[in-house]
Design a binder for this molecule. Structure first.
Ligand SMILES: [Zn+2]
Ligand SMILES: [Zn+2]
Length: 294
């Protein structure tokens, strides 16, 4: 069941699955647009404005057909990479029980999210290739279309290199830092990835602390076990990283304890999602939260 945006998408539209919008890779990012099946609004004739009688006077207001274009605009600023344009709850493939659990947690989290209030975040963790990034992107996408909340996707190592570039060229990139600190929902992919210098840890600390103080919501994914620092040495190539170090080892006490306060950790374990996706049941469940509600 998908309650729809207004005007409703065509029944049985195979392009948008009656959601009214489609998402495509365009350039570097995933971009949404209104599906061609959505008819012109008959209430406002497509102008988006309506005359409203209020307290005996006539005012110009926005037509409800503007809700979908509004949410599409928000989605198109999320900077979701083009390669994840198709990642949604609707096409998430389920491989085993713990992945089903993670999938269910993500959907529940979206349905319980309350705009304008403090919302505890969620970090998906597990070994490489367990659909973590798909779940992260699907959660961000669903948040936008369900609640109209502003979100931003950023890859951890990319975040660090961008900030570093800003500093090294003399303009400490405070606008980017401020943006990342104040966006209502930030999704960080591959938390803890890479060989982290002291400087990088300081920057992560700053972003996380500022978000913590601003009561922003943090979503994320990581290959590392969410446990306190163990003092294990940095990974070498002979052994998989996740077997040795914890997320605490990667980001340090201070950042890790903040992450624990700000987010819950959801494990995605199971078969390798990238190689076994064909052999498993499809996740088009009736429990998919409807992205068009609200
Ligand atoms: Zn359509
Ligand atoms: Zn209208």
């Amino acid at each position: 069941m998908f309650p729809r945006f207004y005007p409703p998408a065509a029944t049985n539209c195979s392009s948008c699955r009656e959601m009214g919008y489609i998402v495509r890779p365009r350039g570097e990012f995933a971009q949404a647009e209104i599906c061609a099946c959505v008819p012109e609004c008959t209430r406002c004739g497509g102008s988006g404005r309506m005359v409203i009688e209020r307290d005996g006077s006539r005012q110009i207001g926005r037509c409800r057909c503007q809700k979908l274009p509004d949410r599409i605009r928000i989605f198109n600023t999320a900077r979701i990479p083009a390669r994840h344009a198709r990642s949604s709850f609707v096409n998430f493939e389920i491989s085993d029980a713990s992945v089903i659990r993670a999938f269910g947690e993500a959907q529940k989290w979206v349905s319980e999210y309350t705009p304008g209030e403090e919302n505890k975040g969620m970090i998906f963790w597990g070994m490489v290739g367990r659909g973590k990034t798909h779940l992260l992107v699907a959660t961000l996408r669903s948040l936008v279309f369900t609640h109209g909340v502003q979100v931003r996707f950023v890859e951890f190592s990319r975040l660090l290199s961008t900030l570093k570039e800003g500093y090294s060229t003399g303009r400490s990139d405070t606008s980017l830092l401020t943006e990342l600190s104040t966006i209502p929902v930030l999704g960080v992919d591959e938390l803890g990835k890479g060989r982290l210098s002291e400087w990088e840890l300081t920057i992560i600390d700053e972003v996380v602390s500022r978000r913590y103080n601003a009561m922003g919501t943090l979503l994320g994914s990581t290959n590392y076990r969410p446990a306190d620092p163990t003092g294990a040495p940095p990974p070498n190539l002979a052994k998989p990283e996740f077997e040795r170090q914890t997320l605490g080892d990667r980001v340090g006490w201070r950042v890790f304890s903040r992450l624990k306060q700000m987010s819950m950790f959801v494990q995605t374990r199971g078969q390798d999602y990238r190689t076994s996706a064909r052999s498993i049941s499809h996740a088009r469940l009736t429990t998919v939260p409807n992205e068009n509600a609200g």
